[in-house]
Design a protein around this ligand. Structure first.
Ligand code: PLP
Length: 245
């Protein structure tokens, strides 16, 4: 038997998962009428102690939507030089949001509160872009799966609060970080304004990412998802709750 180790995204649904897909209770998610997706969103929001959640087809789209929700054209976000949002989302930060990235030379894709502080442009210096958002990644992809400590996140949050910046987490592989560090998902809900979590990187899970966040920031999320072409119809077919661990 050959085992394909290229990626965590090549695992196939098991027979029981396929059976669950056949039995799935579905509806039109563009009208928010897919009971399985609604349940999934509710469940993930509760898991992280966050107010609201929205299902997206991909992690890239969820990140791009979050960046759009947090920023205005011409503004700048801070992220590590290895960040997925900068390197692997096709330049979507500038294409979708008209935003530039200030890159931090972090360690294995992780940055510190001091580095964030050092990379904020002075808001009254109108020659440089206005810094409005910090994007972190956990676990880090190009950083080789490194995980942040909650203390570092809290220190970064103190800086973003002080400077009134948004704080988004690309949590494509947050599940792995939670298992590796034994952290409580609710701690993340207390720290971040928005978090994307991929289902597609779970064992055998076919697709999807959920963006969770505060109501205030998420209120236009469904509109942004529509604009990006991410409103899908009977998508609950792929989201059987029994297989979310
Ligand atoms: C850190 C990180 N963010 C976002 C994504 C994007 O996910 P998707 O492939 O669903 O767009 C990935 C995918 O590998 C990733 O590793």
């Amino acid at each position: 038997m050959k085992i394909d180790l290229r990626s965590d995204t090549v695992t196939k649904p098991t027979a029981a998962m396929m059976q669950a897909i056949i039995n799935a209770n579905v509806g039109d998610d563009v009208y928010k009428e897919d009971p399985t997706v609604n349940l999934l969103e509710q469940r993930i929001a509760e898991m992280f102690g966050m107010e609201t959640a929205l299902y997206f087809p991909t992690g890239s789209m969820a990140n791009q939507a979050a960046i759009k929700l947090h920023t205005q054209p011409g503004e700048q976000l801070i992220c590590d030089k290895y960040a997925h949002v900068y390197n692997y989302e096709g330049g979507g930060v500038s294409f979708n949001s008209g935003v530039s990235c200030k890159l931090v030379d972090g360690h294995r894709g992780m940055i510190t509160a001091q580095q964030v502080e050092d990379h904020i442009n002075p808001p009254d210096f109108y020659h440089s872009p206005l810094t409005t958002l910090v994007c972190l990644e956990n676990t880090t992809n190009k950083g080789g799966g490194a995980c942040y400590s909650l203390d570092t996140f809290r220190e970064i949050k103190a800086v973003t609060d002080k400077h009134q910046l948004g704080l988004h987490l690309d949590g494509a592989r947050l599940w792995n970080a939670l298992v590796a560090t034994n952290q409580d998902p609710k701690s993340y809900g207390e720290i971040f304004d928005t978090i994307s979590v991929c289902l597609s990187k779970g064992m055998g899970a076919p697709m999807g990412t959920v963006l969770i966040g505060k109501n205030e920031i998420m209120k236009n999320a469904i509109r942004v998802r529509k604009v990006l072409g991410g409103g899908m119809r009977q998508v609950g077919l792929w989201q059987q709750q029994d297989y979310m661990h």
